[in-house]
Design a binder for this molecule. Sequence first.
Ligand SMILES: *[C@@H]1O[C@H](CO)[C@@H](O)[C@H](O)[C@H]1NC(C)=O
Ligand SMILES: *[C@@H]1O[C@H](CO)[C@@H](O)[C@H](O)[C@H]1NC(C)=O
Ligand SMILES: *[C@@H]1O[C@H](CO)[C@@H](O)[C@H](O)[C@H]1NC(C)=O
Ligand SMILES: *[C@@H]1O[C@H](CO)[C@@H](O)[C@H](O)[C@H]1NC(C)=O
Ligand SMILES: *[C@@H]1O[C@H](CO)[C@@H](O)[C@H](O)[C@H]1NC(C)=O
Length: 676
Amino acid sequence: MAMALRSLQSLLLVSLSITLLALAQEKDQFIYHGFHEANLRTDGIGQIHPNGLLQLTNTSKQQIGHAFYPFPLKLNTSSSGVPQPLLFSTTFVFAMVPELPNVSGHGIVFTISPSMEFTGAMASQYMGLFNPTTNGNSLNHVFAIELDTIRSPEFGDIDSNHVGVDVNGLTSIESATATFFSAKEGKNKSLGLISGDPMQVWIDYDGVEKKINVTLAPMGTSKPSHPLLSTSIDISSIILDSMYVGFSSSTGAVASSHYILGWSFSTSGQAQKLDLSRLPPLPPRRKSKGNQGLTIVLSLTILAVVLVTITGALYMARMKKYAEIREDWELEYGPHRFSYKELYKAAKGFKDKELLGAGGFGKVYRGVLRSSNTRVAVKRVSHDSKQGMKEFVAEIASMGRLRHRNLVELLGYCRRRGELLLVYDYMPNGSLDKLLFSNETPNLSWFQRYRILRDVASSLLYLHEECEQVVLHRDVKASNVLLDADLNGRLGDFGLARLYDHGANPHTTHVVGTIGYLAPELTRTGKATTSTDVYAFGAFMLEVACGRRPIESKEQPEKMILVDWVIECWKRGAILETRDPRLGDYYVVEEMGLVLKLGLLCSHPMSAARPSMRQVMQYLDGDAILPEISPDTGSIGDIAASNEGFDDLFMSYSSLSGKASICLLSSADSTLAGGR
Ligand SMILES: *[C@@H]1O[C@H](CO)[C@@H](O)[C@H](O)[C@H]1NC(C)=O
Ligand SMILES: *[C@@H]1O[C@H](CO)[C@@H](O)[C@H](O)[C@H]1NC(C)=O
Ligand SMILES: *[C@@H]1O[C@H](CO)[C@@H](O)[C@H](O)[C@H]1NC(C)=O
Ligand SMILES: *[C@@H]1O[C@H](CO)[C@@H](O)[C@H](O)[C@H]1NC(C)=O
Ligand SMILES: *[C@@H]1O[C@H](CO)[C@@H](O)[C@H](O)[C@H]1NC(C)=O
């Protein structure tokens, strides 16, 4: 056991140092596929869509939109202090969708600036950066690459479709008509910036050669070997010690929607490659009318004939690829049933690139349903047993009818041999544990955490008491709480634990759940109740307040079991010391005290002593006062005693899997429950 623990510790140490390494690197580079987690600073009409798309402007006239990486960067030297040949390197994907077919304004400027404020800046040809007075002033210290779609004679623009290198003003020191070098054809090909199609830009500045390269290509084409612009310029007098990077954009008398889909930036070597498959989709475009329509119809007809022929040939092969299992009894669940083909296409063939995560029940993939253009998460659960499937699917279908704003909505399912696919609402901000346990700043605020606790409590109350039948969650924990676009908490994976019941061998009792969240009676009897859910919710409350998992082996022994440690500190009159140190002093003392004590009460070893979810909700809402409990009276003190069993549990299973998500067999059960 000691050996298992030691090897686990070294494993943790290794993963910790990898994390630290990753953090150190993060300071001088970032990469965003969509911007929902990016925390960019936007102003003007700039905004980030729920799907992560950054929209700098829409078709409102004479408007400005800015979006900047919110932290200043040192472009002069890398974080190690050693000057880099590549002072900075960046790549981004943009799209300009004009209001009218061939006029548009005004463009997007990639900007490096000492400030994110552009006081007095004007729209249209001033691009939201300057005005007639400030344009060209050497005190601006602004370095920029413009993607300009209107010819402004006063700045000497060459045409209405060009890329330019700008210093302190909009008269480009060098510019070129938008083209890209196609290696396949060995020549330059023209590009229409306002085609509405996404395009990729690469900007690399070599601080030794003192040269900037700007390269352009349609999205999906790899970086052309020849840059569009390769201009000698010494930017050391322009760049100040700390600079902000981002985008400025403007519209004029005519307007375009200007979008950024993804962005990678680095001050330490080549910017990381964007994974184009992970970029958010652009909003669907209106179809053009008129003559063009006829041409399109004609070519579509020809295309259709060709396609039908090919499809016929491929049909047999495909039959097998998309095979699924459908039985008569499933007809009654009609709308909840997706075809495998639809899901396969939505998740782009379930390639690893689309993987959102892997949990106790299976892998989760991102996807976009073609039919409705909605983003979904598809969970693939392997399931060998045919037995109990009907019952389980009935349950899944009834869960599809559960509706609560704090539950991740189950949109439907699909069944194949040996596996089940579950389709859920896509949650752009991922799971709570990723935010909670990351060292990134800013972390979740207390206000956000308290709201998430209430959100999850209200969804559990709904499952336990407010829907038609009692639904047990059986795996409440931070990694099963997902965050929507507004950072509301949504409980996911409800009821999934039942799958293991239906398929289970009747001679063993499977306990599904996660160590640290398992009520003591559950490990003994294997019987889940609303009260065992409350127990897990208690552990979850402590997790959110203290910013750590219920059991952490890298902590000192006295802190290893979170519940014990909170009780210890409470006995010393210092319960607030257990709060997440990342919160600093920004929290509400009364709420913190309430969450910690209520968390302990919910984690009471005697199920009868735990409150119901309705009571939990009342305490959190301030509609009821938490009964006076003390760490010294037998009741709470017992918790610590009962948790001694955890050590055994933990050590026996840590060697099996670091994740400690377990299925206990009844034979092992008695020995595990033995420790009191
Ligand atoms: C453009 O965006 C702004 C701010 O989001 C909004 O007020 C305005 O109505 C939008 N204009 C159009 C044409 O959608
Ligand atoms: C498109 O551009 C051409 C040439 O610049 C012009 O003659 C034509 O009128 C424009 N069409 C529209 C719809 O603006
Ligand atoms: C810029 O382009 C030139 C010409 O293709 C190339 O030789 C040089 O290495 C490039 N520099 C950077 C920093 O990419
Ligand atoms: C292609 O464009 C680049 C950059 O504008 C230019 O230097 C080069 O001469 C062009 N090549 C050809 C074959 O036109
Ligand atoms: C970096 O900054 C120092 C002074 O802070 C300056 O002397 C040097 O030229 C700068 N280097 C570059 C490449 O900009």
